[in-house]
Design a protein around this ligand. Structure first.
Ligand SMILES: [Zn+2]
Length: 176
């Protein structure tokens, strides 16, 4: 009788712990992903600052040794990912955006566009622009936002890191 009571108490304690403690890894995904782990990209009309941010962001992911990577192509019609820039306005509410196609939240992506908003990004530091590029590239893999500011997929607009963190890496490796 006494033994089984302890069992009940112990089980209750374990359940409570499981609910209250945060999970060991904390990434979120959009719901879709590329079929291949190699995603080809082409920059279109990027000026020096944005070309550098793109190159640094891609290097940050490729150097993180995740199970997927970005590779350059000169063939725009074959490219999975096109990176562009335009002055969309300072008050539009986004610094950069990613569109994965055909559907952002499910299925298999075949095309993505990243748009850098120069109105919002021209005044950024080199690191913040690189971090913004790395963040958008994470969306191309299929990652969604997290609240941890140490991950590049942080939802916060001011980028404090441009290097994929442990949860960013776990997220990509779970997808590919
Ligand atoms: Zn985002």
């Amino acid at each position: 009788m006494k033994k089984s009571m302890w069992k009940v108490i112990l089980t209750g304690a374990l359940l409570y712990t499981a609910v209250v403690l945060p999970p060991a890894s904390a990434y979120t995904t959009l719901g879709g992903k590329y079929a291949s782990s190699t995603i080809s990209y082409i920059p279109q009309g990027l000026t020096a600052n944005y070309s550098l941010a793109m190159a640094d962001g891609i290097a940050a992911w490729n150097n993180a040794n995740v199970d997927a990577s970005f590779t350059y192509t000169s063939n725009v019609s074959a490219a999975n990912l096109v990176l562009r820039q335009d002055a969309y306005g300072a008050n539009i509410g986004w610094n950069a955006r990613t569109a994965n196609k055909p559907v952002m939240t499910s299925g298999t992506y075949t095309k993505s566009d990243i748009d850098f908003n120069t109105s919002a990004m021209d005044g950024m530091t080199v690191t913040a622009r690189k971090g913004t590029a790395a963040h958008e590239l994470g969306h191309v893999f299929g990652l969604d936002h997290v609240t941890d500011g140490k991950q590049v997929m942080s939802i916060y607009g001011v980028r404090t890191t441009s290097v994929p963190g442990p949860d960013d890496i776990k997220g990509v490796n779970a997808l590919y």
